[in-house]
Ligand binder design. Sequence first.
Ligand SMILES: Cc1cc2nc3c(=O)[nH]c(=O)nc-3n(C[C@H](O)[C@H](O)[C@H](O)COP(=O)(O)OP(=O)(O)OC[C@H]3O[C@@H](n4cnc5c(N)ncnc54)[C@H](O)[C@@H]3O)c2cc1C
Length: 507
Amino acid sequence: MTKKKVAIIGAGPGGLTAGMLLAAKGYKVEVYEKNDVIGGRTSRLKHGEFQFDLGATFFMMPKLLEELFEEAGRNLYNYVQLHRLDPLYTLRFGDVTFTPRVDRQDMLDEIERVFPGESQGFIQFMEKEGEKFDRVEKLLRRPFVHRRTYLSKDVLYALPKLDMFQTVYSKLSSYFNDERLKYAFTFQAKYLGMSPWKCPGTFTILSYLEHKFGLYHPIGGVNRICEAMRQVIEEYGGVVHTGKPVAQILTEGKQATGLRLENGLDVQADEVIINADYSYSVQHLFEEKWKKKFQKKMENKKYSCSTFMLYLGLKQEVNLPHHMVVFADDYKRNVEEMTEQLVLSEDPSVYIHYPTKLDPTTAPAGKSTAYLLMPVPNTEADIDWEEASPRMRQKMLDILARETGIENIESLIETEHCITPSDWEAMNIQHGAVFNLAHSLDQMMYNRPHNQVKELSHCYLVGGGTHPGSGLPTIFQSAKISADLVEKNSGAKTTQSIKPSQEKVTM
Ligand SMILES: Cc1cc2nc3c(=O)[nH]c(=O)nc-3n(C[C@H](O)[C@H](O)[C@H](O)COP(=O)(O)OP(=O)(O)OC[C@H]3O[C@@H](n4cnc5c(N)ncnc54)[C@H](O)[C@@H]3O)c2cc1C
C-alpha cells in the first residue's frame, strides 16, 4: 500500500514532534525548513567555538516527551541526557536572593529564610494548583476545533476551576503576602510573553509545574531535543530538508495538496502541516483567495512581547548560577512599560542563563557562555532598534558585571551575538512576538487558531500559534493533537489526483 505523504513547513519543535509521530505510524514524512539548521526558536546557535540555545532554555515536564517518544517506539533517554536542576533558579530582588528548591522541606526552609511566615502559602499553592492542573491537563490534550467542545464532560468539569476570570497575579496574591514572593511564582507569565497582571489565572499552573515536576537541562542544550526528533524521523525513513524555504501552500478546491518551495519546485502531499509562525503564514504562504479569508480572522489579534538577546562567549568561567532572573527594582512598572506603554524600561528585568558549569559541551575548556534575555515590547511598538540596541546591550552588561562581581566584564567577551525584536521578525515571526499570539481569554482554546484548518481540508497547524499555546510542553501537545487528527482524517485522498503546476519533487 502506498504510504500517505505528509509535508511539514518548518523544523521547529512543533513540526518535528508531528513529523516524528507520523513517521513512526508509517506516513512518509518530509519536513521543509527554511534555515540551514533545525529547531527554529529552539535551535542551536554556534558562534566560534561556543554553542548556545537560541531560545528555549527552561525545559519542564519530561514525562510528556517520554510519552511522545514511546508512542514513536523510542526511548527518549537513548537520545537525550537530562539533568534535573536544584535549585530551580536563582531570583534576585535587589540585595535579596531567593533560590527555590526541589525538595519540599528544603523549599519550605528557603521560603522561611527569605520570607518568614510565608511557607504555609506554598503548601496551599501546591495543593490548590494541583487540583487545577488535574483538570486543565485534559484540556491541553484535546483539540478545540468545534465550539461544542465546551459542552464536553471534561471541559465542563474543568471550567469552574480554571480561574479564567482572575489574573495570575491576583491568584498568587491569595497564597502569599510579600510582593517578591508573588513575583517568584508569577514571572512565569513571561514564558507566554504576558503581564502577570493581565494573564488569565489559569496560567498559575506554569509555576506549579516547575515545582511539581522540576526543571531540566538537556546536555548540549534544549536544542538537542529537536536533534533527537530529527534522528527518529530519519530512522523511520522521513527526510528533514534544511535551507528549503516554502513559498506557498498549494490547494485544489477546498483542499491542501502540497507546497511550492521558494526554488520553484512543487511538492505533492496528502497532508500539509504548518509549523511556521501561523500569523506570518497567513500573510505570506497562502494563495490570494485564502489569504484574504484567513487575514480577516487574524485581524485585531493581540501578540506577546518580544526579547532582546545577547549571547556571549566568555574567555573564562565566571560565578553565576545556571538560571537567574534579576528583577527590576520596580517590577510592576517594568512590566507595564513593556506590555502597555510599549517603551523600553530604564529599569529592566533580565534573565541570565549560564549553562557551562553544568554542561561543558557549551564552551571550550576554561571558557564559558552566557545568554542574556531582556523581555521587551514587540515590533508593534515604535522603537528604533538600531538606536536602542547599544543602550540595552550596555544595560545588560552592567547587570552582568554586578551579578558576577567583575567590573570590566566587557574585557572577557571573546564572541558576541545580538538579536533584537526586528531580527526575530526577520525570522518570519509576526511582530517579532516570540511567544506567539497572546494567551488572553479571547485567544485561547476554541478562540485560538485551530489545529485543523476548518476552511481547507488536509491542512493542520502545530506550534505555539495554535491550541494549546506557546511553551515547549504545549507545543509538543499541539503536535500530538494535530498528528492524531491527521491520522483520524486521512483516508480518502491519495496523491494521484494532484497535478502540480511546475516541476515535481518526488517525496
Ligand atoms: C528567546 C526565547 C526563549 C524561549 N524560552 C523558552 C523556554 O525556556 N522554555 C519553553 O518551553 N519555551 C521557550 N520559548 C518558546 C517556545 O517554546 C520556542 O520558541 C519554540 O521553539 C517554538 O516552537 P514552534 O514549533 O512553535 O516554532 P519555531 O521554533 O519558531 O519553529 C518554526 C520553524 O518554521 C520555520 N519556517 C518559518 N517560515 C518558513 C518557511 N516559509 N519555510 C520553511 N520553514 C519556515 C522556522 O525557520 C522555524 O524553524 C522561548 C522562545 C524564545 C524566542
